[in-house]
Design a protein around this ligand. Structure first.
Ligand SMILES: *Cc1c(COP(=O)(O)O)cnc(C)c1O
Length: 351
């Protein structure tokens, strides 16, 4: 083995969901929005001229950060944007989790967290969800090098009330607590108002789900200006121009169109509530999800077999291996028509 092999950083990479591409497919496997982004995004892209691409973009992505800050009642120096929340989360791990004490996150959660911890050699401990697949807040009342969890959690969809989140933040004043709110717009209460009260809180959101811009790659962190400054210092030491010209224009336009945002989110919530009834009728068990997906299991069917059978019909859902989640499928909420096609298939399955 050549000497250099010893010095290569070896990582077990995160495996993103499949991105199949069939004209007839029903794609319910990566929690994308079934509706297109705001029409304002199209206009913003048309305003971005070919000539302008000759020049570097604004390294502060001022227009986008300002739109986000105004939407959440924050100052611009309390907002950090990145190439999807995956980029923002990776920057946060690099910036905030440098303790020799282990950081804490749930055993069943976003599968990217252990990957960043391993890549950056951050010690961590998995905190098991209880048997009902719930986060037990008291499990986080102990010494640690940082805490992260999604709210609602993924892939369970379970939402913690804001008081519980506040208790976790309050009980960990010596650590940074990150709340990953990728799905908060689908019915949860955001922790953003707690930023004024706690200097150890970072809230992360994304344009990929509720704002229908997964293809654009925009995520953001919100927190007090000291933490945001630390994130920016790391970003500028890595890559100053993360947000390109089209992204800055399109992102700002999407945030400003609040009415369109509310109307699509409400449609998805209504479809989800109907889907809960349909899945229950079919004998599925699932937690009361407050996200744009349901994490379902059927007492008589193998999740893996059902996943394969759906795939053959070009209905794509997510099968996540894992000891405790082996017989579950995570199914994104599509349009009403897409969900009807899914339920028709399930109604005839194994008959
Ligand atoms: C989808 C998702 C993200 C990442 O989304 P981006 O597309 O990178 O913004 C982050 N956290 C959770 C829990 C998610 O489900």
């Amino acid at each position: 083995m050549p000497e250099f092999e010893k010095y290569i950083r070896r990582v077990e990479p995160y495996v993103p969901g499949d991105q199949p591409n069939f004209p007839d497919m029903i794609k319910l496997n990566t929690n994308e929005n079934p509706y297109p982004p705001s029409p304002e995004v199209q206009k913003a892209l048309e305003n971005c001229t070919l000539e302008s691409l000759r020049l570097y973009p604004d390294p502060t992505s001022h227009k986008l950060n300002k739109a986000i800050a105004e939407r959440y009642g924050l100052n611009e120096n309390q907002v950090f944007t990145g190439v999807g929340s995956d980029d923002v989360l990776a920057m946060c791990f690099l910036t905030f989790f440098n303790s020799s004490k282990p950081m804490l996150f749930p055993d069943i959660t976003y599968a990217f967290y252990p990957v960043w911890a391993q890549m950056l050699r951050i010690p961590y401990e998995l905190v098991p969800l209880n048997d009902a697949f719930e986060i037990v807040p008291e499990d986080y009342y102990r010494e640690n090098g940082g805490i992260i969890f999604p709210n609602p959690n993924a892939p369970t969809g379970a939402l913690l009330p804001l008081e519980t989140i506040e208790n976790i933040i309050k009980s960990n004043s010596d650590s940074i607590v990150i709340v990953d709110e990728a799905y908060i717009d689908f019915g949860g209460k955001s922790a953003v108002p707690l930023i004024e009260k706690y200097d150890n809180l970072i809230v992360i959101q994304t344009f990929s789900k509720s704002r229908a811009l997964a293809g654009m790659r925009i995520g953001y962190a919100m927190g007090n200006e000291k933490l945001i400054k630390a994130l920016n210092d790391v970003k500028y030491s890595f890559n100053s121009y993360t947000m390109n010209r089209q992204v800055i224009e399109a992102g700002a336009a999407a945030v400003i169109d609040e009415e369109y945002f509310q109307s699509t989110v409400n449609k998805i919530i209504a479809t989800r509530e109907r889907a809960k009834k349909e899945f229950a009728k079919l004998g599925f068990k699932f937690k009361d999800s407050m996200s744009n997906f349901l994490f379902v299991t059927h007492p008589e069917w193998s999740a893996k077999e059902l996943f394969e059978a759906l795939k053959e019909k070009h209905i794509f859902v997510r099968y996540l291996r894992g000891e405790r989640t082996d017989n579950y499928l995570r199914i994104s909420i599509g349009t009403d028509e897409e969900m009807d096609a899914l339920f028709e298939f399930l109604g005839n399955y194994k008959k």
